[in-house]
Ligand binder design. Structure first.
Ligand code: NAD
Ligand code: ZN
Ligand code: ZN
Length: 390
């Protein structure tokens, strides 16, 4: 079969690889009908995750048709159309019972870190996310093996086309969890850093939940324009305004700042370091830039919600300010399975229409081009869907 594979930073290829086979009796083999490129794939693509190996198949946002099931798979049959959560969870462990699926302690056995001479378990395995998260081949391919076939796959109604439901695999529940974590509700004010797919869907979810004032911060004007036109967000380009937090504070009631902030950027945040708050500090590198701005922009007692991915040490994290303001932080990989029962009906009722962010539908064969334009923000790219066999 054909699959998108990694061969070094910025070097991916569509090549022939062996077809996947059933390895455990609760596995499912899927013929992929649609798969998307995510901002999380870009961390791997840029070579930022050391555990990624040559030949790894990427892709954790995908859906398709069941072609084979292991003996122990209960409710799925050949021909069923399903969306697959990017988190692989067992459904039975301590964390799964708490519905904290991305903390599942059984699906990613290889990574037990040693702490005080005791092995601690790793978070859940993820599709297409290198040895760091279980080394499970991803779904930017014609076929994919789906472990835990009794827990993850979600059957979707035939009336909803692939593009309408595909994002239930990751970015829609990610945005939903981010705004829920941020306690966004009727009349809330929220600032969303990053107007990529995750930030845009955060704006969509915040609107649905009744947010009154939404700020959207990025430096790609075409993404900001979409956030403004579609979700009524107040756009701030951080290339023109190096201190978006100062602008946000000036434009909120009582100059207190927003009720909640969402960091939909993560550790690869861009930007210079001349923000007022940092002018006297000499801190190397820009990691943490969005997070610092979040802490500055939120009001006292507010919430900082972080769906953006972080790894390792972050410079210039103003913990003292967070303490003074009495902030709450919520973050982490999304517990996808936990949100699907409430999200599918919202998609069916057209209250959430996440397909509106897609700009590029490409055959899988053109995935290399898809990665290039999504990473470089060329061709006004907001989101790419790859269609195998198109
Ligand atoms: P993306 O790369 O398309 O979008 C990120 C956006 O942030 C870009 O438009 C970029 O211009 C903007 N940006 C860069 N620096 C900024 C700054 N300092 N301030 C404001 N904006 C800035 O990616 P995406 O698909 O939208 O994903 C966003 C983040 O969410 C990534 O870190 C991704 O790994 C993460 N993610 C996390 C989960 C989860 O489970 N928590 C799931 C999906 C994605
Ligand atoms: Zn993703
Ligand atoms: Zn589990």
């Amino acid at each position: 079969m054909k699959a998108l594979t990694y061969h070094g930073p910025h070097n991916v290829k569509v090549e022939n690889v062996p077809d996947p086979i059933i390895e455990a009796q609760d596995d499912v083999i899927l013929r992929v009908t649609a798969t998307a490129i995510c901002g999380s794939d870009l961390h791997l693509y840029r070579g930022k995750i050391p555990q990624v190996s040559h030949g790894d198949i990427f892709g954790h946002e995908f859906m398709g048709e069941v072609v084979e099931t292991g003996r122990d798979v209960k409710d799925l049959r050949k021909g069923d159309r399903v969306v697959i959560p990017f988190v692989i969870a067992c459904g039975e462990c301590f964390f799964c019972k708490l519905h904290q699926y991305s903390a599942c302690e059984t699906t990613n056995p290889g990574r037990g870190a040693i702490l005080n001479k005791k092995e601690i378990t790793s978070p859940a395995a993820l599709f297409g996310f290198s040895g760091l998260y279980g080394g499970v081949p991803g779904g930017q391919a014609e076929y994919v093996r789906v472990p835990k076939g009794n827990v993850g796959p979600l059957k979707v109604p035939p009336v909803l086309s692939d593009d309408k439901v595909l994002f239930l695999s990751d970015i829609l529940p990610t945005a939903w969890q981010a705004v829920k974590n941020a306690q966004v509700g009727k009349g809330s004010s929220v600032a969303i850093f990053g107007a990529g797919p995750v930030g845009l869907l955060c704006a969509a979810c915040a609107r649905l939940l009744g947010a009154e004032q939404i700020f959207s911060i990025d430096h790609n004007n075409y993404r900001l324009a979409f956030a403004k036109e579609r979700y009524g967000a107040i756009p701030i380009n951080f290339d023109d305004n190096d201190d978006p937090a100062a602008f946000i504070i000036e434009n909120t009631t009582g100059n207190r700042g927003v009720d909640a902030v969402i960091d939909a950027v993560g550790f690869e945040a861009k930007g210079s370091l001349t923000e007022t708050v940092l002018s006297n500090l000499k801190i190397e590198g820009s990691s943490g830039k969005a997070l610092r701005q979040c802490i500055a922009a939120v009001r006292r007692g507010g919430v900082v919600s972080v769906p953006g991915v972080y790894a390792g040490f972050i410079h210039g994290f103003l913990f003292g300010d967070a303490f003074d303001k009495g902030l709450t932080f919520k973050m982490g990989q999304t517990h996808v399975q936990a949100w699907l029962p409430e999200l599918l009906p919202l998609v069916e009722k057209r209250l959430l229409t996440p397909e509106e962010i897609v700009t590029h539908y490409l055959p899988l064969e053109d995935a290399v081009h898809g990665y290039k334009v999504f990473e470089k923000k060329e061709e006004e790219c907001r989101k790419v869907i790859l269609v195998p066999g198109a």
